[in-house]
Design a protein around this ligand. Structure first.
Ligand code: AVJ
Length: 319
């Protein structure tokens, strides 16, 4: 029932992929932004990562949310518009919808297929809810339709995807969210915490090799969508924790000396030379309070698991 969900499309097209890949491979260090992981296969691989035994994040966040719900509902109140950033195939938002019972829901995601199927399923399962879908790359600004209504706005940004942004960019994104929710509005955000390096290393180097497949899928996507002789098999997944920056880094490292042609660019790689594909910043609760404060948000409540692996934070915009 496509008609039940209003749909706004600003999906980055193949032209964006071409431009960002060519720019990213021409720069030093070479880098391609992680938002391009999420084509249909990449989104499905990410869902499998979320179920991995080593990847503590998803199930921990779900359990924290569960425990926080009664308090959350008290703090947020009803008569709200819930805007979920990076909605993908989220089960977490269902928990919120059922307890919070907002007037409206806007799902925002860069992956069109996942966004459409997940919002359609929500519209089907919650007939009382007004559901909107906005296919938007919100790292490029938060122009989200349907938000111009006199309701208390609650942005929901689960999964610690904020960790993909360098701190200054994270502050900019939070500030954009602040302008969207307005004075007194809320941001409910999942933030992965600093922890012993062994746990982090395992989470990004899983035994089943799904994270490696997810990283390498970026090269498969380039091969499918662009004109290239790139061989994904000539690169390998490499992920490590960088304690100086407080972040996991993922790279794709060339196994061999090679020249790769992409469209009309030629890119030379020595063995061991790579492409930086993702950062995933980890914060202490206090560090994240500082980051939020730079964007005029105050940490109103913080919930975490007993092992202090992950946090769910309620921030309020105080402009
Ligand atoms: C979706 C950005 C939160 O950083 O843990 C998972 C993506 N990358 N495994 C993360 C990811 C490798 C994930 N985020």
């Amino acid at each position: 029932m496509v008609g039940a969900v209003s749909f706004h499309d600003a999906h980055p097209g193949v032209a964006d992929l071409r431009r960002e890949v060519l720019d990213g491979l021409s720069a030093r260090p070479r880098a391609i932004p992680p938002k391009f992981f999420y084509d249909e296969r990449g989104s499905a691989l990410f869902d499998r990562i979320c179920d991995l035994p080593e990847y503590y994040q998803t199930r921990t966040e779900m359990a924290i949310l569960h425990r926080a719900l009664p308090e959350l509902v008290d703090l947020i109140g009803s008569e709200s518009l819930l805007v979920e950033l990076g909605s993908g195939a989220s089960k977490k938002v269902r928990l919120l919808l059922e307890e919070l019972r907002p007037n409206g829901y806007v799902g925002v995601d860069i992956s069109k297929e996942f966004l459409l199927s997940s919002t359609q399923a929500l519209a089907r399962d919650y007939p009382w809810l007004e559901v909107h879908a906005a296919c938007v790359d919100f790292s490029a600004g938060l122009e989200i339709p349907h938000c111009d209504v006199p309701l208390h706005k609650v942005a929901f940004y689960p999964g610690s995807s904020i960790g993909n942004f360098d701190p200054d960019d994270a502050v900019r994104l939070l500030a954009d969210v602040g302008s969207m929710v307005g004075q007194g509005g809320h941001l409910l955000i999942g933030v992965d915490l600093k922890k012993p390096v062994g746990l982090l290393h395992a989470a990004y180097n899983d035994a089943a090799g799904i994270t490696a497949e997810f990283n390498l899928n970026l090269l498969r996507r380039i091969r499918t969508e662009l004109d290239t002789d790139l061989d994904p098999g000539s690169f390998e997944h490499y992920a490590f924790y960088n304690p100086l920056q407080g972040r996991i880094e993922m790279h794709l490292i060339s196994r061999i000396r090679q020249e790769v042609r992409i469209e009309d660019g030629i890119f030379a790689f020595e063995p061991g030379e790579g492409i930086h594909t993702e950062n995933s910043y980890k914060y202490t609760v206090a560090e994240f309070a500082g980051l939020a404060a730079r964007a005029q948000f105050r940490q109103q409540a913080v919930w975490q698991d007993d092992g202090a692996l992950f946090s769910v934070q309620l921030l309020q915009y105080m402009s």
